[in-house]
Design a protein around this ligand. Structure first.
Ligand SMILES: *Cc1c(COP(=O)(O)O)cnc(C)c1O
Length: 451
């Protein structure tokens, strides 16, 4: 049984160490990223000794935690400009802590009524934001599973026989080459094979060209996939035009809003999602722009029954009688974490307005980076950013070398991506601490390491 004194002391240690960690990170006082080789790190953290002998105490836990936090990547750091992973807010962190202690795997209602009810209400809020008044949804462990789930719902609509008999070989899916890789994975996982992907025509930045959508006569189309926004560029497809095209032809319209759906909370940015209400399915990650830790994502469908049709299952110990409140019928996962609590506590603390202001401020800061870089010679910026993702080049050299130099110093953490076959540096503004001074320092540093 729990020793409460030990628990309280250790929890106190955790709060103290995390406070110092986040404070140092926000002030930019530690390297944003550290990547020691795993062998060296295992020694430093005494992992093998602790695994073999056990016996951790609140004191040795403090030493361990301090060393653990000192390594790795600091998402609260102003110079964290890399992957689209949330800089978590503390209410969501509290939810993770509560879940860790009570462990209510609420995919069946009897295993966590409060957790399941929180999920229902969070989903109701998300459905309302997207514009699906008669819709349904479910939270999954991440956007990749959410995309897979949405594609299953689409398949059940177009080819309901597939669950029993296997996938017919005339099914196709329409997606641009810029679609997130979880879409093409879902296609193969679902048994369609990559040959079923009909690549959509795009402009040079990877956006679907609504004027050049394909002739689909004689084809059974499972879905068309559009992005809001695209992972690489942060640019949005024209959902209104593409959605209208799908409506006219009865094609399932899937909007991958993993990153960008959170812009629905900002009055100044919600227009980027115009047309999302035409979708049949939408995914929305809360561990990107809603400041929740990984993973928590939503699958939302316009007609609730479409989600119920996605899966069929037999497991007599789980599925019998009235299953009204059980989300397990709608997920790949059997056991599931209390994902809704993270979103709920962030909303309850900050309000929809607070989260919307966060999104707007990060989008504005990215736009500011684009302006500042554009004022300097040597920087090439292929487009004006629409979100908090900006792609650019400095000079004509190998951009990956610039990135590696910044990262090995631990001064900045950014990513890179290919646009029309050319490697670009890529900045994603996630941390609330990133400001104009950070951006200027980054531009100076890029010039310095390239000189
Ligand atoms: C991040 C992302 C995904 C995948 O989400 P995970 O939660 O990382 O699995 C899918 N689509 C888009 C557009 C994304 O940006």
């Amino acid at each position: 049984m729990w020793n409460f004194e030990e628990f309280a002391e250790s929890a106190g240690v955790t709060v103290e160490e995390l406070t110092a960690y986040v404070a140092d990170s926000q002030r930019g006082e530690a390297p944003v990223v550290r990547r020691r080789p795993p062998g060296e790190l295992a020694d430093r953290l005494r992992l093998r000794e602790l695994i073999a002998k056990g016996g951790m105490t609140p004191e040795s836990y403090r030493d361990f935690l301090r060393a653990y936090l000192a390594e790795g990547t600091r998402l609260h750091h102003p110079a964290y400009l890399a992957h689209q992973t949330a800089s978590p807010d503390f209410p969501a962190a509290l939810a993770d802590f509560v879940h860790g202690a009570i462990n209510n795997p609420m995919n069946i209602y009897e295993m966590g009524a409060s957790a399941a009810t929180v999920e229902f209400e969070v989903l109701r809020w998300m459905l309302d934001k997207v514009g699906f008044p008669a819709g349904g949804g479910v939270l999954t462990h991440g956007g990749s599973l959410a995309n897979l789930t949405a594609m299953l719902a689409a398949r059940a609509r177009v080819a309901p026989e597939a669950w029993e008999r296997g996938v017919p070989d005339d099914l196709v899916i329409l997606a641009p080459p810029s679609a997130h890789y979880s879409i093409s994975r879902a296609v193969s996982i679902l048994g369609l094979g990559q040959r079923a992907i009909v690549p959509l025509e795009t402009d040079e930045l990877g956006r679907i060209d609504p004027a050049r959508l394909p002739d689909i006569s004689g084809r059974r189309v499972m879905a068309l996939v559009a992005a809001a926004c695209a992972t690489g560029t942060g640019l949005h497809d024209d959902l209104l035009a593409i959605g209208a095209w799908c409506r006219e032809r009865g094609v399932w319209f899937h909007v991958d809003g993993a990153h960008g759906a959170s812009a629905l909370l900002s009055d100044r940015h919600a227009h980027l999602l115009d047309g999302i209400e035409l979708a049949d399915s939408v995914i929305w990650d809360a561990h990107k722009m809603l400041r929740a830790s990984a993973l928590t994502a939503a699958v939302l469908v316009r007609r609730e029954s479409d989600l119920d049709a996605a899966f069929r299952q037999e497991a007599s110990y789980l599925f019998y009688g009235e299953q009204g409140f059980d989300q397990i019928r709608r997920t790949v996962e059997c056991t599931k974490a209390e994902l809704g609590l993270k979103i709920f506590l962030n909303l309850a603390w900050r309000g929809e307005q607070g989260l919307g202001d966060y999104v707007a401020s990060r989008y504005d800061t990215a736009h500011r980076f684009w302006e500042l870089a554009g004022e300097r010679p040597g920087f090439t910026l292929p487009y004006e950013p629409e979100s908090n993702i900006v792609c650019f080049r400095y000079g004509d050299g190998d951009q990956a070398v610039i990135r590696e130099r910044l990262m090995s110093d631990g001064t900045f953490h950014l990513t890179s991506t290919e646009l029309a076959g050319v490697r670009h540096l890529r900045v994603t503004v996630m941390a609330p601490a990133t400001d104009d001074a950070t951006l200027t320092a980054l531009l100076d540093e890029i010039e310095a390491v390239s000189g």
